[in-house]
Design a protein around this ligand. Structure first.
Ligand SMILES: C[S@@+](CC[C@H](N)C(=O)[O-])C[C@H]1O[C@@H](n2cnc3c(N)ncnc32)[C@H](O)[C@@H]1O
Length: 265
């Protein structure tokens, strides 16, 4: 099993909740589960997206599949307010998913980047989706990150961060492959969509918020990166300084794209 680069400390579990809130306005406009009744979420983490899905779609019954028991525990606490809804939690590896029911809809967000066999996850998703059912994916495309001016500390840290994920069996550019992976799993009517940020000093507040969010994302892998010898403490400090500098630079630009895909079985 690949090592999960963000880890499972409570600070990281909190970061996932904040992340889902920060990015919701970019992710959900393209997703439509209005016809859904039985929704499967694979890699549900601490229930950060599950909460949004339950709020947006009051008709759905939700099954959350997650590899790590402590994430499920946290998700159960985070979703305690939905006691009137049917929510099942299943501790399983999405690459070997085996459930005794099928679904009309599937949701996967920020998960395939962490698995060594993303095609297996989609094969298992296909097997659990009803004919005509819909799947939505949202995944990273980390090579799309461009920022100006050139800040070496941030550039070095980002390179090490992506190396760390690759060395641990993940793929920081898995978003690029979503169409191919869905097609290889047998899905039809595949549509791709790009979302993300292109911020500069014309929107200084959004730029500053994004720099702070990015800092927390980058730092979430720091402990493991240090243990692996990929960065030093001073590398973390410099990355943080560079992101602070980006907030105030007259010609600052922050560009990043993630990839969304939808497909039908
Ligand atoms: C970055 S988090 C995203 C969680 C959630 N989708 C969200 O957006 O808040 C990735 C989650 O996928 C889980 N995960 C990683 N590999 C998995 C696998 N093979 N099967 C199921 N879950 C997995 C991790 O334990 C982690 O909770």
């Amino acid at each position: 099993m690949p090592h999960y680069i963000h880890g499972y400390l409570s600070e990281e579990q909190e970061r996932l909740l904040n992340q889902a809130g920060t990015l919701a306005s970019l992710i959900y406009p393209w997703i439509d589960f209005t016809p859904a009744k039985k929704l499967l979420e694979i890699g549900s983490g601490v229930g950060a997206q599950s909460k949004i899905l339950l709020e947006l779609y009051p008709q759905i019954e939700l099954t959350c599949v997650e590899l790590e028991a402590s994430q499920i525990q946290k998700a159960q606490a985070n979703l305690a307010g939905f006691s009137n809804r049917k929510i099942d939690f299943v501790l399983q590896d999405g690459q070997q998913l085996k459930l005794d029911k099928s679904f009309d809809s599937i949701f996967i967000c920020w998960v395939l980047e962490h698995v060594s066999k993303p095609l297996e996850v989609l094969n298992r998703a296909f097997a659990h989706l009803d004919p005509g059912g819909i799947i939505y994916l949202t995944e990273v495309f980390n090579s799309s990150f461009h920022f100006l001016p050139r800040l070496q500390g941030l550039a070095d840290y980002y390179e090490a961060y992506n190396d760390y994920q690759t060395k641990n069996g993940g793929n920081p550019d898995v978003g690029l492959q979503l169409g191919n992976l869905l097609q290889q799993s047998g899905f039809k009517e595949i549509t791709l969509h790009h979302g993300g940020f292109h911020l500069d000093q014309s929107q200084p507040e959004s730029l500053a918020n994004l720099c702070d969010y990015w800092k927390s994302l980058m730092k979430s892998a720091a402990e493991g990166m240090i243990k692996s010898g990929l960065i030093s403490e001073s590398g973390i400090t410099q990355m943080e300084k560079d992101l602070d500098q980006l907030k105030t630079e007259k010609n600052a630009v922050f560009f990043y794209q993630f990839v969304q895909a939808k497909a039908i079985r």
